[in-house]
Ligand binder design. Structure first.
Ligand code: 5GP
Length: 211
């Protein structure tokens, strides 16, 4: 992927334990801010009830996913609990960044690390539940996974939480609107970071002086 210039938007990784509601928070951000693009991941896991191809995920066979890995079509990927792959298609992300938009990748900690390594300017945001008790309640309430799957996800959540220490920002998802507002604030603040905008602002100010 090409290196971004100062005028471009912000690349964000949003991670957090399964069931924390990070998907809902990101959807809310994209709903109120049309300039922010939510990347749609590819996965080899089967669709859950109500999930729509191209909206929630691009659903792929195991073989097709492995082909995407081989072809270098993914910005990052990971193989998860039950052997399913998850990954970020690189092309749509590159296109959005190149046109100046901001991009959110809602991915796990391992994938986030790969993105940060490839694109060091990536802003890392970790969403946490108000408590692990609350997280367990939400996972059970979702009723889409087996007991075994829920236990594996809770174990992984606790492990992932330890890695939150490597992230730039932490957001408690106590209420979707609060968490979404915080995420938007982070994006807007990051756009003002000197290293991102000095070039474009200098150019703008100098041009105005000449008028
Ligand atoms: P779920 O099966 O509940 O939709 O997602 C399971 C986990 O996969 C979540 O923690 C989510 O963050 C992660 N995930 C979703 N898409 C991607 C992706 O493109 N790359 C990586 N590395 N993880 C992903």
């Amino acid at each position: 992927m090409k290196k971004r210039n100062a005028e471009n938007g912000v690349m964000l990784v949003v991670s957090g334990p399964a069931g924390v509601g990070k998907g809902t928070v990101c959807d809310e951000v994209a709903r109120v801010r049309r300039d922010i693009f939510l990347s749609v991941s590819a996965t080899s896991r089967p669709p859950r009830k109500g999930e729509v191809e191209g909206a929630h995920y691009y659903f792929k066979s195991q073989a097709r996913f492995e082909e995407m890995i081989q072809n270098g079509e993914l910005l990052e990927y990971n193989r998860y609990v039950n052997g399913s792959y998850y990954g970020t298609p690189a092309a749509p992300v590159a296109a959005r960044l190149a046109s100046g938009g901001s991009v959110i990748l809602e991915i796990d900690v391992a994938g986030g690390g790969q993105v940060k390594q490839r694109l060091p300017e990536t802003v890392m945001v970790f969403v946490v539940p108000p408590s692990f008790r609350e997280l367990e309640k939400r996972l059970r309430g979702r009723a889409t996974e087996s007991e075994e799957d829920i236990a594996a996800r809770l174990k992984r959540s606790r492990e992932e939480f330890e890695l939150a220490a490597t992230y730039d920002y932490l957001i408690i998802n106590d209420a979707v609107e609060h968490a979404a507002a915080k995420l938007i604030s982070i994006i807007d603040a990051e756009k003002c970071r000197r290293s991102r905008c000095l070039g474009s602002i200098r150019e703008q100010i100098l041009n105005n002086m000449e008028e």
